[in-house]
Ligand binder design. Structure first.
Ligand code: PEP
Length: 254
């Protein structure tokens, strides 16, 4: 069964006390979240352990990592391995966010290695893909997104790809206030699902969660989240405000 996920990517925002009070407020959201509809929060790396402890008795909140490296251990200063994340009890990790691709030159091949390393430790990768504005305007966005998906995910076995969550995040909509229309988002979500079905079968494709990200906020969330192939949201800016995040989450869990 497809899981509904509302994820908050805090990026490199908020100090420790601001982050702690935000997570405490999110934990108070009164919703019908359960094992099949959950919230995943991605705070800055130093807070992972404390926030995981703080929320570990709430079954509908998970704490995830914004990044990882693909090696298990060794001389990789500044990096964190999936083995280390697992030892904290972390269950989700973002992979291939456009900011990682742009500022840290992560390509589809490196991302494929990270995904495999995470799956080996039983951590769910949330694999982000999406096109820049010029790619959309040149009308080659479908091919572009399919290449990202194929190069990072298609070497996996059926069992492994079924454990991946995908997030479609058009780069032109991230942090810009411009959102893809519900139709634009649904078109890509369906395309991704159909492409997975072609190589991995309908059952696998139908059970995978595909999230939308890109300036999702309380005003546009309902329409986006109502689309047939949209199984949740990856939310940046609007996840930094507990009330807005609660509004989006509650509307989806109803
Ligand atoms: C993101 O960072 O993944 C994101 C979607 O950001 P925003 O919601 O601010 O566009």
């Amino acid at each position: 069964m497809r899981k509904k996920i509302i994820a908050g990517n805090w990026k490199m925002n908020l100090d420790y006390s601001e982050s702690k009070s935000l997570i405490q407020n999110i934990a108070k959201i009164e919703s019908d979240f359960n094992a099949n509809a959950e919230i995943v929060i991605f705070p800055s790396m130093p807070y992972l352990s404390v926030f995981h402890e703080l929320t570990k008795d709430i079954d509908w909140i998970n704490i995830g990592s914004q990044n990882c490296y693909f090696e298990k251990s060794g001389a990789f200063t500044g990096e964190t391995s999936p083995v280390q994340l697992k030892s904290l009890g972390i269950k989700y990790c973002l992979v291939g966010h456009s900011e990682r691709r742009d500022y840290f030159s992560e390509d589809n091949v490196v991302l494929a290695k990270k995904i495999k390393a995470l799956l080996e430790e039983g951590i769910t990768p949330i694999f982000c893909c999406g096109e820049q504005l010029q790619v959309r305007e040149a009308n080659v966005y479908k091919e572009f997104i399919m290449k990202q998906v194929e190069e990072s995910l298609f070497d996996l076995s059926v069992q492994d790809i079924a454990r991946v969550v995908i997030a479609y995040e058009p780069v032109w909509a991230i942090g810009t206030g411009k959102t893809a229309t519900a139709q634009q988002a649904q078109e890509i979500h369906q395309l991704i699902r159909n492409r997975i079905a072609k190589d991995f079968g309908d059952k696998t494709a139908n059970e995978m969660s595909i999230l939308y990200g890109g300036s999702m906020k309380a005003e546009n969330a309902r329409e986006l989240l109502a689309q047939k192939d949209i199984d949740g949201g990856l939310i940046g800016g609007a996840s930094l405000n507990a009330d807005t995040f609660a509004q989006i989450s509650i509307s989806y869990s109803e």
